[in-house]
Design a protein around this ligand. Structure first.
Ligand code: HEM
Length: 137
């Protein structure tokens, strides 16, 4: 469970990433495809548009961290759709690595251990609900 300090750290660092939305998303996908090349074939559509959607979902998740019920419903549906995209549990682990790498690249020295830990918590929370929904789907 995230503390209110962690939510603040996420919001502040995300503001920086969001200003460079397309660039951050591109960094993330480049890294993901470098460490997990087999995930490339899962993506059928335009990656720029996809990257923007990913950032938007993170925005919604961050904005609604205080409304866990609404967020859980959204992530449950998203996780079921990901099962349909053939996303497996190991892909979530690979994407976690790519996301944390992207944060370090993009935030530089602002990516303190506390900031990184806050993002790990957020990702594990989101991915945990999505993976569970995938198993039910
Ligand atoms: C925090 C975890 C994740 C979030 C928030 C997220 C978010 C999204 C969003 C918002 C979409 C747009 C379509 C929709 O809403 O159904 C999408 C599509 C997709 N995602 Fe994710 N995703 C996550 C993890 C992953 C992982 C781990 C993979 C696999 C490596 C993945 C692969 C895909 C694919 C293949 C699509 C369909 C796009 C296409 O066909 O081009 N996602 N994701």
């Amino acid at each position: 469970m995230m503390t209110s300090e962690q939510i603040t750290l996420i919001r502040d660092s995300f503001a920086h990433l969001h200003r460079r939305k397309a660039e951050t998303a591109a960094l993330f996908y480049d890294r993901l495809f470098a460490i997990a090349p087999d995930t490339r074939a899962l993506f059928k559509g335009d990656l720029t548009a996809q990257g923007v959607k990913l950032m938007e979902t993170l925005t919604v998740a961050i904005a609604t961290l205080n409304d866990r019920e609404g967020l859980t419903i959204l992530l449950d549906r998203l996780g079921r759709r990901h099962k349909g995209y053939r996303v497996e549990d190991r892909h979530y682990a690979e994407a976690r690595g790519a996301l944390l790498w992207t944060l370090r690249q993009s935030l530089g020295p602002a990516c303190t251990p506390a900031v990184e830990r806050a993002w790990q918590e957020l990702y594990d929370y989101i991915a945990g609900i999505m993976m569970m929904a995938g198993r039910k789907a």
